[in-house]
Unconditional design. Structure first.
Length: 214
């Protein structure tokens, strides 16, 4: 498979950000539509690699279970063996580290191809961390079981498990002075509204818990 020149990659991303169709981009850059589609799929895959594993939720939960000795996994492993915590904790650290490294690689590629600049990538990490942690902790406040869960479930998961988001920005390459990304990261109001509704449902409905039986 032929490699697309960086200039073509950046042009495809930039023109897509302006709302151009694949047909129009292909005609303007004198490439076939399959090339345009392939580049857009690659960019989407890199964006997913940068965002999906960032929380490392599985790894974080393993670490949480091993350190505090509580949670569903702790109940299961306590019933089978007594020396599970070091192994589970080590597995969690490996999994979480791998998630952070994969996310860093994805963000670096996005910066390298001009989809994002370093400042925007860092801002997205920071906003995601603080708002995500606040929503998770707020949901735990209404848990009727125990106020201790605000710390062990809410804050530990929100501020602890997602700390990888704050580790990423210092490891990202700096955008050259005066260099602007070819694409623009725009805030869509519909996504903001959807996020606010989801957060409200999470805090107000899932936070207190759903009673399945009387």
């Amino acid at each position: 498979m032929n490699q697309i020149k960086v200039s073509i990659q950046q042009s495809i991303i930039g023109l897509t950000a302006r709302g151009w169709s694949r047909r129009r981009i292909a005609r303007e850059l004198q490439v076939d539509r399959a090339t345009v589609g392939r580049q857009l799929r690659r960019t989407a895959a890199e964006a997913n690699a940068a965002t999906n594993p960032i929380l490392g939720s599985e790894g974080a939960y393993l670490i949480y279970s091993a350190v505090l000795g509580s949670g569903d996994l702790a109940v299961v492993f306590n019933a089978t063996t007594w020396h599970w915590r070091p192994w589970i904790g080590t597995s969690g650290i490996v999994a979480y580290s791998a998630a952070v490294l994969l996310s860093r690689s994805g963000l670096r590629r996005l910066i390298g191809t001009g989809v994002l600049d370093t400042a925007t990538a860092s801002r997205c990490c920071s906003i995601s961390y603080w708002w995500g942690a606040a929503v998770v902790t707020a949901g735990a406040v209404f848990n009727p079981v125990s106020h201790l869960l605000i710390l062990t479930s809410g804050a530990a998961v929100g501020f602890g498990a997602m700390v990888g988001l704050l580790v990423l920005p210092p490891s990202l390459p700096s955008t050259a002075e005066g260099e602007m990304p070819v694409g623009s990261l725009r805030i869509d109001c519909s996504w903001v509204v959807a996020g606010a509704i989801s957060a409200a449902l999470f805090i107000g409905v899932l936070g207190p818990g759903i009673r399945l039986a009387k």
